[in-house]
Design a protein around this ligand. Structure first.
Ligand code: GLC
Length: 532
């Protein structure tokens, strides 16, 4: 591991969805011991850090984003000792460890909420008297009203599932408790936190109606992106900076306005944030360029490095999104893809090019487990296994996010594909076609997505131009993108231009797919060039 305190400015961070990564004890759910046993895969891949989705005790009503104890592990995932061993083993391999903190809400099983239901300390949550009607018109993200009534007649707020009551961040006890949680994990060597829905937490006094305002509409909103939330992060930053080496934060903040988004990344607040604008941009040169320029501009304004992300546990896998016509009316959800014709070979070709794009752009990048295998979305999970609260709360009209959460295929020709010991029944069923995507098979195939990721990440470490720093746009045909990074690096990406020639004299060091016979860059292909 480098001693470089600014590691996060260029880091490639691998997202471990622990429930689906590797299952050592064969109960069908991934665990810390499974992750520990697969650390070499990650070290060989060449990432700098791992971010682990919530592993805390939880009824798993929202896959662990419903936490009942922030300073322990769910027994299904492991123990505190196992976590300590994992952190040490990751550090030995040069991998930093980032955990996930969920400050907007707890689980309804959290002792605080149990107390609240029993009538004690309700001011840790958002309870209101309001007769027979909910206190306002707020909607829950998974569908239905954001309020639920308890037997004694009061209502409590839950912006997500009914089992995820929102905390009251006006209460100093809530603030103190989260600070203690940060210290608890930092003291155990954790290098940073991903902050779940970092732009909620604070609600407007008086809890006024939302009315017609959407989450992504400009202008003030009663429960998204309130100014006061920044005081919380300034305090958290002070805590992170009090450690040696300083600990870091990445915000999950779906904030549409560039200047509002950048406020989370001011020098005394959070270090980085996920770039969802880029994730959602269609595979068209002007759209990608606009998103990249906007990203660079907004981050430069506060001196923060951008990050680039193609997939995560909340969106349909990008191979499957890119398999669709970029002009089709789709968004990042599986539900928007269903019924739109897909060409997975094309999606894979584009995903290879997209990987070379994100690893060449300034700043850091995220890899969601399975991206490196080129895994497509599982679009046809049987309805009876769907677990995402979206499915229930939408009255079975939206399938939700399970299709990107299917356990990883490691090896072999049949389920559980090395996810767990022989006989393991993974918590979501793996399709037979996963046999074509196992890590074992791809490791043996120089043309695989895994081989491409390994080569790209090795080169990224070798080439001083990559990582944090500026870029200069190059003149390329319409329908293509090209930029240079100093010293001596260039990326060309052809989305839908006629095949074109790389500049004379440059050396091609990596391609996402074959060039034409006369050395031109064809459609849906990216090329890394050096000029040394
Ligand atoms: C974030 C998580 C998502 C979760 C939600 C509620 O968006 O990424 O998985 O459902 O927060 O905690």
């Amino acid at each position: 591991m480098t001693d470089d305190a600014a590691w996060w400015r260029s880091a490639v961070i691998y997202q471990v969805y622990i429930r689906s990564f590797a299952d050592a004890d064969g109960d069908g759910t991934g665990d810390v011991a499974g992750l520990h046993s697969r650390l070499d895969h990650l070290a060989e891949l060449g990432v700098d850090a791992i971010w682990i989705n919530p592993w805390y005790p939880s009824p798993l009503n929202d896959a662990g984003y419903d936490v009942s104890d922030y300073r322990a592990l769910d027994p299904r995932f492991g123990t505190l000792d196992g976590a300590a061993a994992l952190i040490a083993a990751a550090h030995e391999r040069g991998l930093r460890v980032v955990l996930d903190i969920v400050p907007n809400h707890t689980s309804s099983e959290h002792p605080w909420f149990r107390d609240a239901l029993a009538g004690r300390h309700r001011d840790r949550y958002v309870f209101r008297d309001s007769g027979d009607e909910p206190p306002n018109d707020w909607k829950a993200m998974f569908g239905g009203p954001a309020w639920t009534r308890v037997p004694d007649g009061q209502w409590y707020l839950h912006l997500f599932d009914v089992t995820q009551p929102d905390l009251n961040w006006q209460n100093p006890e809530v603030r103190a408790d989260f600070e203690e949680t940060l210290r608890f994990w930092f003291d155990r060597g954790v290098d940073g936190f991903r902050i779940d829905v970092a732009n909620s937490l604070v609600k407007e006094d008086g809890l006024p109606d939302v009315g017609e305002r959407g989450q992504h509409d400009p202008g003030p909103h009663p429960h998204w992106d309130r100014d006061e939330v920044h005081d919380i992060y300034r305090e958290w930053r002070r805590i992170a900076d009090s450690y040696d080496p300083p600990r870091v934060f990445v915000a999950e903040a779906w904030v549409p306005e560039a200047d509002r988004f950048a406020r989370y990344l001011r020098p005394d607040e959070l270090h980085t944030a996920f770039n969802f604008d880029f994730l959602k941009a269609p595979w068209l040169a002007p759209a990608l360029r606009t998103s990249i320029e906007r990203t660079l501009r907004e981050h430069a304004a506060v001196g923060a490095p951008p990050t680039w992300v193609l997939s995560n546990h909340d969106v349909a896998r990008h191979v499957s999104r890119l398999a669709r016509d970029p002009r089709a009316r789709i968004d990042s959800s599986l539900d928007s893809l269903l019924g739109v014709p897909a060409d997975l070979e094309l999606g894979t070709r584009r995903a290879r090019a997209a990987a070379l794009l994100i690893f060449a752009l300034p700043g850091g990048a995220y890899v969601y487990q399975g991206d490196e295998l080129g895994l497509p979305e599982v679009e046809d999970l049987p309805e009876e296994v769907l677990d995402d609260p979206t499915w229930q709360r939408s009255g079975h009209t939206e399938r939700g996010r399970d299709g990107c959460r299917v356990p990883i295929p490691w090896a072999g020709d049949a389920p559980p594909f090395g996810f767990g010991p022989e006989g393991t029944k993974p918590w979501l069923p793996q399709p037979a076609w996963f046999s074509g995507y196992t890590a074992e098979r791809e490791a043996a195939d120089p043309g695989s997505m895994l081989a491409l990721y390994r080569r790209a990440l090795r080169l990224r470490r070798e080439l001083p131009a990559l990582g944090d720093g500026p870029l200069t746009w190059l003149d390329v045909p319409e329908g293509a993108l090209g930029f240079a990074r100093e010293p001596g690096f260039a990326l060309l990406l052809n989305l839908d231009a006629e095949p074109f020639a790389p500049p004379a004299g440059a050396e091609v060091v990596l391609v996402s797919g074959p060039l034409t016979d006369d050395g031109l860059v064809p459609r849906d292909t990216a090329v890394w060039l050096t000029n040394r």
